[in-house]
Write a protein that binds this ligand. Structure first.
Ligand SMILES: Nc1ncnc2c1ncn2[C@@H]1O[C@H](COP(=O)(O)OP(=O)(O)OP(=O)(O)O)[C@@H](O)[C@H]1O
Length: 426
């Protein structure tokens, strides 16, 4: 935590820029005691300091970041400082706000007459990638209206302020929701209820492998929101349930059947600590190519990239695009049986805990590649840097979107077309 709030009121001139390269010592602090972090910092010869010292790089918890950027803190970062969160990341990473922002983004496109906002039978043709979701208690009446259209479907209730599967349950009857509301003393009256929930249509036809449900954990690094520059880490993985999928009512409350969180599954009797219930995305791809074919598999992965890009675009204009910040998000995606991917959640602090040897290798590489990508080629934090990394700095990341260089590219293509036109005229 940042204890001293007002140590430096004004931006310091970078002390690094006054040094010769040989004297430069990068300093870091971290709120997380994780070996994958400290190993990577120390490998670079960085020196650990406390948050009250003059740090160059801070791997902070989200609360620290909020405190640091709050107006009351009076803290202003210098050009020599880089931190791992955007101040209002919650626009993307809080369950209710993610849904709100995506809904707003789609509406805006629809209003503009943008083909991306096209609808068919009441559904968005291109941007239908989040399960139908309502925020409770605020949208209770809208939920009931939707529920009545299709009373056989199952819904999943998730508290907005919790994680790791806590407080999540499934409902298949309105009466169950009403009973829960009575028992938990949380009647759906916005002026009384304290805890906010989202209720989403349950994806009840997930793709199963070996009869078990899984979701994908993908890492997405954003270095700037305006222009939007984002990268996808190629070494994502799938997280499996330990118990075979079963949609029967008796199993509705069985979290080992329905929730893929590792924090839930590791308490199951059938948890395998060797592979941790995980499968690499590369192996998933091979499996799908052999069972479903290459073209549908390629299309699935393209659609996943597409949904990530549009989820980021939905918040790019409301994110506080501070030049000192970057953020690595954990994307949770469920693929249904028709190979349609659904965005379930975006995490601001994806777990860096390693449950297996492969996990440790992967997360070590993830942190290493993040550091190479977010820092200038000399490895020294500098907020004035253009954030245009060299291809070698990408490591296992691949470019998802670069709005700055895309628009330059689009501009040069336009110029080529104009020149070709004028040549033809001559
Ligand atoms: N709409 C849905 N349809 C099917 N399964 C879902 C749906 N929403 C969530 N799940 C399942 O529930 C699990 C937990 O949901 P979610 O990730 O939203 O909650 P969380 O407790 O905040 O998890 P985290 O610790 O990742 O933040 C998911 O990993 C997924 O397996």
């Amino acid at each position: 935590m940042v204890k001293s709030k007002t140590k430096r009121k004004t931006s310091k001139k970078s002390r690094l820029s006054n040094n010769t390269p040989s004297k430069i010592k990068v300093t870091f602090c971290s709120d997380l005691e994780k070996s994958v972090l400290t190993n990577n910092f120390e490998k670079r010869g960085w020196q650990q300091v406390t948050p009250e010292d003059d740090w160059n790089f801070y791997w902070a918890g989200i609360q620290t970041c909020r405190t640091l950027f709050s107006l009351d803190s009076g803290y202003r970062m210098g050009d020599h400082q880089t931190i791992n969160h955007f101040p209002n990341h919650y626009e993307l990473t809080r369950k209710d706000l993610l849904v709100k922002n995506i809904k707003r983004y789609r509406k805006e496109l629809e209003r503009e007459g943008n083909p991306l906002g096209q609808k068919q039978n009441g559904k968005y043709v291109y941007l239908d990638f989040i399960p139908v979701t309502f925020v409770l208690p605020a949208d209770y009446n809208m939920f009931v209206e939707e529920y009545r259209k299709n009373p056989q479907s199952t819904w999943i209730m998730k508290p907005v302020g919790k994680s790791q599967g806590a407080g999540i349950f499934l409902i298949n009857k309105l009466s169950k929701l009403k009973r829960w509301s009575r028992e938990s003393k949380a009647p759906f009256n916005p002026s009384i209820v304290k805890e906010t929930y989202v209720i989403s249509r349950y994806i009840d036809n997930p793709l199963l492998i070996g009869g078990k449900k899984f979701d994908m954990r993908l890492y997405v690094l954003v270095t700037t929101f305006r222009p939007l520059k984002a990268y996808l880490f190629k070494l994502g993985f799938c997280r499996f349930c330990t118990v075979k999928y079963d949609t029967s009512i008796q199993e509705l409350d069985n979290i080992f059947v329905h929730l893929t969180n590792v924090s839930v599954q590791r308490h199951g009797g059938d948890y395998n600590s060797l592979h941790g219930g995980k499968l690499s995305v590369d192996n998933l791809r091979l499996y799908l190519e052999s069972t479903r074919g290459k073209s549908v598999t390629d299309k699935l992965f393209e659609t996943i990239n597409w949904l990530i890009i549009h989820s980021l675009k939905s918040v790019s204009y409301i994110m506080a695009n501070d030049k000192h910040c970057f953020e690595c998000y954990g994307y949770d995606i469920i693929i249904d049986n028709s190979l349609k991917p659904w965005l379930i959640e975006v995490n601001a602090s994806p777990s860096l805990t390693s449950t297996t040897v492969n996990d440790r290798i992967l997360k070590n590489k993830l942190v290493d590649n993040i550091l190479s990508l977010v820092l200038p080629p000399n490895g020294i934090p500098d907020a004035k840097w253009s954030k245009n990394p060299s291809p070698e700095a990408l490591g296992q990341f691949e470019l998802l979107i670069d709005d700055e260089n895309l628009s330059q590219d689009a501009k040069s293509k336009k110029n080529v077309k104009l020149r070709q036109k004028s040549i033809r005229k001559k």
